[in-house]
Write a protein that binds this ligand. Structure first.
Ligand code: 5AD
Ligand code: SF4
Length: 583
């Protein structure tokens, strides 16, 4: 058998030409290429298993197997038939314990629950104790180099754990999931011989098979990107029963191709989950008593459900004024305004948020709905990235500073009191001191309530990597970043000061981390609000005095603020419907 068994599927997807592959690699490949001795006496029993497995693997999957794996996820049976080289027993988790560790954004937190849901169905158990794990899976991020460095460091620590485990004859399996698996593919297997499996963001359904292959001592990878995988039927497991809020994934991938960003390469093309399946999940969460749902996606407001032919007759919506796309305009499908409308009707006592949107997709119908509907939070994340039109063009963001500022004014007119947040990158290719000052001035002009600020990190494969020069020295990037952070804090403090004396509706989350006598919750703008845990009146039961519990709405009179937190005293317990006491 060839030491490197792989199925290569080169897929031409317009400008997205990419090679996606499934890879199974024998240990022999490692020893011949890298001179490692393989395996020690403690692995002899495993060797026998591998021999038997290898002969089955040589027979390879059948054509029917490929046809079945190409089925629409909705049509797939709950428990997959094993491929011909695995038995049902080998494919099952057999109560092995999985430890999952998440890095990066909220999408990764959600992906962790999807991966866990798949593994749970397959007979795995979950452990929160690293020491007792049989399988350790890291859900990784590639957005900046620092994020990847953290994973490499972690892998070195896990290596020691695995080596120790080998001596005690209970082999520990280590897997890399998500963006880093997708970006680096085989490089991870070559660099870190201890990694047993790789699964890209669209390959979590394949985890049981990959782990079964790994059990025989082989490395296994699936980094195939999909055009339609949304994990619509994989309901993430609600892991914290006391939680007040949940994230619901509504779309995956990104078609924007901003020149600095690796996401379109690691997470693939944009695709949306069918509205019906989203509503089903939101209804379930509402029945479980959750009070807040955040709709999640890389470009959440570019949502477009085209899963049924009749949806393509739906009226097309426009882009925000002065905004353009790097791709051919898309037509038809059920759009974000439709989804937001239906999700917010599920339970009027349930707050709805969404992240992360792109500024190009804020047509009037979305703004109108946010304004009208009490339970849609008046909070919009509007990633600007830079305040310089020249830099925005180099970033291929599809708007100028002027168009962005006009949108900010339009949003503020349409949704009075809206709270705004943004992402900015300091030191992008070719950014001059003048460009940087333009960003400083945008921060002053808009006065955001929240901000996420980053130093530029060049990523291979991106357009900037191929066409531009990473010419801003590291120390200049960091100095500019510090300046942006200082200005953002000053402006956010001023913006938050405006709420002193106001009464705000707060969803209680639990005890404050800093003080046992205080409670903590979030206002409509998603800012943290701290207030003393005292007895209060319940407006729905006049005369009854209660203490606020997680999941309760309370009215809090704001008395002081910083750039990130508000403090106040609590007035009463209320409902979302009854609270009209805004400033
Ligand atoms: N370097 C620095 N920041 C980046 N972001 C995306 N790619 C990069 C990069 N290469 C930031 C953007 C984006 C946020 C999620 O991460 O601000 O909005
Ligand atoms: Fe990256 Fe731009 Fe897509 Fe956001 S919109 S994920 S920054 S390519």
């Amino acid at each position: 058998m060839h030491p490197l068994q792989c199925v290569l599927q080169a897929q031409r997807r317009g400008p997205w030409a990419s090679v996606s592959w499934l890879l199974l690699r024998t240990c022999r490949a490692q020893s011949s290429v890298h001179g490692t001795t393989c395996p020690g006496p403690e692995r002899q029993q495993e060797n026998g298993v591998r021999k038997d497995f290898s002969s089955r693997l040589a027979a390879g999957p059948t054509f029917q197997h490929f046809l079945r794996s190409a089925l629409d996820p909705q049509e797939k049976p709950d428990v997959e038939d094993p491929p011909p080289y695995l038995t049902v027993d080998e494919l099952s988790g057999r109560q092995r314990k999985v430890y999952l560790e998440t890095y990066g954004c909220q999408m990764n937190v959600n992906d962790t629950e999807i991966a866990w849901s798949v593994l749970q169905k397959s007979g795995y158990l979950r452990t929160r104790n690293l020491q007792e794990a049989d399988v350790i899976l890291l859900v990784t991020c590639s957005i900046r180099e620092k994020a990847e460095q953290t994973i490499w460091n972690r892998l070195h620590q896990l290596k020691a754990l695995k080596t120790k485990r080998l001596r005690s004859q209970v082999p520990l399996r280590i897997g890399i999931l998500g963006c880093m698996a997708e970006r680096l593919k085989e490089e991870i297997l070559n660099r870190e011989k201890m990694v047993d499996i790789l699964a890209g963001p669209d390959a979590y359904r394949d985890l049981p098979r990959l782990l079964a292959v790994a059990e025989s001592g082989q490395q296994a990878a699936n980094v195939l990107l999909s055009l339609d995988e949304t994990y619509a039927d994989v309901m993430p497991v609600q892991t914290s029963p006391s939680a007040t809020s949940a994230f619901v994934s509504i779309m995956r991938g990104c078609d924007n191709m901003c020149s600095y960003c690796i996401v379109p390469f690691t997470r693939g093309r944009e695709r949306s989950r069918p509205v019906a399946s989203i509503l089903e999940e939101v209804r379930k969460l509402s029945e479980q008593g959750l009070k807040e749902v955040t709709l999640l996606g890389q470009n959440v407001n570019s949502f477009r459900d085209s899963s049924e032919v009749q949806f393509n007759n739906a009226v097309s919506t426009n882009l925000s004024r002065g905004f353009s796309t790097n791709y051919k305009p898309k037509q038809g499908g059920l759009r974000f305004a439709h989804l937001l409308d239906h999700v917010s009707r599920v339970n009027p006592e349930m707050r709805i948020r969404f992240t992360s949107p792109h500024p190009k997709d804020f047509p009037d119908e979305v703004l109108q709905l946010i304004h009208e509907r009490d339970n849609i939070c008046k909070q919009i994340h509007l990633p600007a990235q830079s305040g310089s039109s020249r830099v925005l063009e180099a970033m291929r963001r599809g708007y100028s500073r002027e168009a962005y500022v006009e949108l900010v004014h339009h949003i503020r007119e349409s949704i009075p009191g809206v709270s705004l947040s943004s992402d900015f990158i300091a030191g992008f290719c070719g950014e001059t001191e003048e460009d940087h000052l333009q960003t400083v001035s945008l921060l002053r002009e808009v006065q955001y309530n929240m901000g996420f600020l980053f130093a530029y990190s060049m990523r291979q494969k991106t357009r900037a990597y191929h066409r531009l020069k990473d010419d801003v020295p590291e120390e200049v990037k960091l100095r500019r970043l510090e300046e942006l952070i200082t200005v953002f804090r000053e402006e956010a403090t001023k913006a938050n000061m405006a709420s002193v004396g106001c009464t705000q509706l707060v969803l209680v989350e639990g005890h404050s981390k800093r003080s046992a006598t205080d409670l903590s919750g979030r206002n409509d703008g998603n800012l943290k609000v701290i207030f003393p845990n005292v007895e209060i009146e319940d407006v729905s039961n006049s005369g009854v005095r209660v203490r606020a519990q997680p999941g309760d709405y309370v009215l809090v009179k704001i008395t002081s603020t910083s750039s990130q937190t508000l403090k106040g005293h609590v007035l009463c317990r209320t409902t979302l419907k009854d609270s009209s006491a805004y400033c």
